[in-house]
Design a protein. Structure first.
Length: 120
């Protein structure tokens, strides 16, 4: 194998992967209120939603899944299009989507979503 074939076979795909996703969704998800009843002024109304699985649908088809990290952050690669994102496991209480998002080709859409805990 000559050195040009080696470059095309191994190095260029590795460089493409190293650049990260070309388009998709990145951001953070929080939940609130964190306690029932009146909030103290010094208390935050929300907290990060850690280690929670979400699914991404295009129409009725699930096209991707992701999980938030300890700080409620996530990133998922998606092609251009309109998507609906919701918590994978449905909950009896609270609101965890669906959230609507449009992804443009070659763009990482940054979102900050708030889920409702249902506490009052």
């Amino acid at each position: 194998m000559n050195k040009f074939a080696l470059i095309f076979a191994f190095i260029l795909p590795a460089l493409a992967l190293a650049q990260g996703p070309k388009s998709g969704l990145t951001g953070s998800i929080v939940i609130g209120p964190v306690t029932g009843g009146p909030m103290k002024k010094s208390t935050s109304e929300t907290k990060p939603l850690p280690n929670t699985a979400f699914e991404v649908k295009q129409g009725e088809k699930v096209v991707a899944t992701f999980q938030t990290d300890e700080a409620g952050h996530f990133q998922v690669s998606l092609g251009a299009g309109h998507y609906e994102v919701a918590k994978k496991e449905k909950s009896a209480m609270g609101f965890f989507g669906p959230f609507q998002v449009d992804i443009a080709d070659g763009k990482m859409e940054n979102v900050e979503w708030k889920c409702d805990s249902g506490l009052r």
